[in-house]
Ligand binder design. Structure first.
Ligand SMILES: Cc1cc2nc3c(=O)[nH]c(=O)nc-3n(C[C@H](O)[C@H](O)[C@H](O)COP(=O)(O)OP(=O)(O)OC[C@H]3O[C@@H](n4cnc5c(N)ncnc54)[C@H](O)[C@@H]3O)c2cc1C
Length: 397
């Protein structure tokens, strides 16, 4: 009997497994599709995440960051956002006396780094390449995950870390509220003629933002948000034709000083908002995208998942008797309640940015450029915005 069975060994599930195992619990992880092992000669992966310094600290504390960094990460020290020239707001690491604001990390590198450390722990069992066929929740408590190969994994708690389409969430009959945004995103991996500086930027257009995320060597990731029709049309182009469209549509700083680039890979993503009505039941806990999926326009999704983990681990650290009513109550009051509130606040904030910047109405356009100009000039306000985005500061309610 395991203490925790985590369904989904992605970035969030694997990190949680590490945390619970470090606390001495017996942990099972079920992950159907592991990425191939990392080779330094591998090209960059298309799925890249902005990881805040606070998230990196969590991974450091759990002993995974070293393995991730040994593969590759790209620190960045400046983030600029603007709509009209002259209304640019730049957030820099210097302003917070930090070396960097965060890191760009390929999703699979982060996942592989966590699994590398998991393999060295003898209280963790990973069922990789296997999948749940059915769940059962015995009357006496706990949960059972029946895998396709016939293995039955019994645990005191079943954790859903299986992403936006969580099967654990469905099995526990936990509903969600949310919607699909009108915009879609096209993520592209590009190779530049010179190394990208540690400076990430995002320019807002009425049809959605266009952003550059620097990666290692000469690689960078570009994200183009636009209407579903436009993204579908762009995704159908071959890479050379897409590069031409990007040159025309992206801010001129992409190709400043004669810099050229080629598109290596691309994929379109829907933009979804979804929030689970509950994060815990008497035998199930949801974390990461299984509990909340947010608009990726500010690169917050997995960082919220890491904050879930931090919060959950503070509860499991204090309540070793996992079958007690006190533990379940603590999950509700010290995990579900504060995390739902924080995640709801982030969703509302992201929706405000989305609504403010996704239209071409004259007065609204004026207001948003004023907001950016004021944020640029009022240094204390700017610091607070940065601290929140970097997970260094929780807003009080
Ligand atoms: C275009 C785009 C850009 C983004 N950029 C950023 C960013 O810059 N910064 C940021 O913080 N976030 C970003 N996000 C969000 C981020 O990708 C997600 O928040 C993050 O992947 C969530 O991690 P997770 O481990 O909870 O879920 P997932 O990454 O979805 O992982 C779920 C895991 O569960 C496994 N799984 C799936 N189904 C099952 C099943 N039935 N049984 C068992 N296992 C299963 C999967 O194989 C996977 O390993 C972005 C998202 C998009 C779409």
């Amino acid at each position: 009997m395991y203490d925790f069975c985590i369904n989904g060994g992605g970035m969030v599930g694997a990190t949680l497994a590490l945390g619970l195992a470090r606390q001495g619990y017996q942990v099972a992880v079920i992950e159907p599709v592991m990425p191939p092992p990392f080779e330094a000669s591998d090209g960059p992966d298309l799925r890249v995440s902005a990881i805040s310094e606070h998230s990196a600290d969590i991974l450091r504390a759990l002993g995974a960051w070293e393995a991730i960094e040994a593969m590759r990460v790209r620190p960045y020290d400046t983030l600029s956002v603007w709509e009209n020239d002259g209304s640019e707001t730049a957030f820099t690491a210097n302003m917070l006396d930090m070396q960097q604001l965060g890191y760009f990390v390929e999703n699979r590198v982060l996942q592989l780094g966590c699994h590398e450390v998991l393999q060295s722990l003898d209280n963790v069992t990973c069922f990789v390449g296997n999948k749940v066929r059915r769940f059962a929740f015995p009357v006496g408590g706990g949960a059972m995950a029946g895998l396709v190969d016939g293995t039955e994994v019994q645990a005191q708690w079943l954790v859903g870390a299986d992403g936006a389409q969580s099967v654990v969430r469905k099995a526990a009959e936990i509903g969600t509220t949310g919607w699909q945004y009108d915009q879609r995103a096209l993520g592209m991996t590009v190779k530049m003629s010179s190394p990208a500086t540690p400076h990430t930027w995002q320019r807002f257009y009425p049809s959605g933002p266009r952003a550059l995320l620097p990666m290692y060597d000469n690689y960078a990731s570009l994200v183009w948000y636009d209407s579903a029709d436009q993204i579908q049309a762009l995704a159908r182009l071959d890479n050379a034709a897409l590069a031409e469209k990007v040159s025309e549509a992206f801010p001129s700083r992409l190709t400043v000083d004669g810099t050229t680039f080629t598109v290596l890979d691309k994929a379109a993503f829907p933009l979804t908002r979804a929030h689970a009505s509950r994060y815990v039941t008497p035998s199930v806990i949801l974390v990461g995208d299984a509990a909340h999926t947010v608009n990726p326009l500010a690169g917050q999704g997995v960082n919220l998942g890491f904050r879930d983990i931090e919060c959950l681990l503070s509860v499991t650290a204090d309540h070793p008797d996992l079958t007690s009513a006190a533990f379940f109550r603590a999950l509700q009051t010290r995990y579900e309640k504060p995390r739902q509130r924080d995640n709801r606040l982030m969703m509302a904030g992201l929706d405000s940015v989305y609504a403010l910047f996704s239209n071409d109405l004259g007065p609204i356009k004026w207001v948003r450029n004023q907001v950016l100009a004021v944020t640029e000039k009022v240094v204390p306000a700017k610091r607070e915005v940065m601290k929140y985005a970097l997970g260094l500061h929780q807003w009080k309610f």
